[in-house]
Design a protein around this ligand. Structure first.
Ligand SMILES: [Zn+2]
Length: 193
């Protein structure tokens, strides 16, 4: 891979991104390196890339996502990459705009059905990890939710963006790395709609 356009970040940030990627991989979540926001632009390995936002560094990334610690470590050894996680493999992700997202998160916590939830401030949304195979219904439409399933991906904490890093509002550890079931997500949505 050519890294000529990738500037090294500060070593602390590089280490933090690498250990996050390795942690996801160790929990069975496949990882893909993502474009790194260097304070000015999103740098990736494609010379002609014009994407302005986090995205996987390869166009054909699907076959390259990995949970192998040696493979993942090798990607992050030399370059500052952010972290993308494929959806529709181990989990789907539901993207819910603020402020409805806060109410859905509160309902999940109140119902004791926590799931990993990340804040992507650049887009004004929270990302809710859910079991695979979710399909759109009236509950999801009522909160303008978007499903990221098979063939998709999400930026994972602590991916840097123009508006600060993507961060957990409910970390995977707080959910014991569990993923909420469709029925439990539906119950939380019913509680807020
Ligand atoms: Zn790119």
């Amino acid at each position: 891979m050519s890294g000529s356009r990738l500037r090294p970040a500060d070593p602390g940030q590089q280490r933090t991104l690498r250990s996050a990627a390795l942690c996801y991989a160790a929990h069975g979540w496949p990882v893909v390196p993502a474009a790194f926001f260097d304070g000015t632009r999103y740098a990736c390995v494609q010379a002609d890339c014009v994407e302005d936002g986090p995205h996987p560094v390869w166009r054909l990334w699907q076959g390259r996502a990995s949970t192998d610690p040696d493979v993942v470590a090798s990607w992050y050894r030399l370059f500052s990459f952010a972290v993308a996680l494929p959806t529709g493999v181990v989990f789907d992700v539901v993207e819910i705009p603020e402020p409805a997202a806060v109410r859905v998160q509160d309902a999940l916590v109140r119902h004791r059905t926590p799931t990993p939830i990340a804040v992507w401030r650049e887009r004004g949304v929270r990302l809710f990890w859910v079991s695979r195979g979710l399909s759109a219904d009236h509950r999801l439409r009522a909160v303008s939710a978007r499903i990221r399933g098979e063939g998709g991906w999400v930026p994972a904490p602590p991916t840097p963006t123009r508006r600060g890093p993507v961060h957990w509002s409910l970390a995977p550890e707080q959910a014991d790395w569990g993923i909420v079931a469709h029925a439990d997500l539906a119950a939380a949505l019913d509680a807020v709609n």
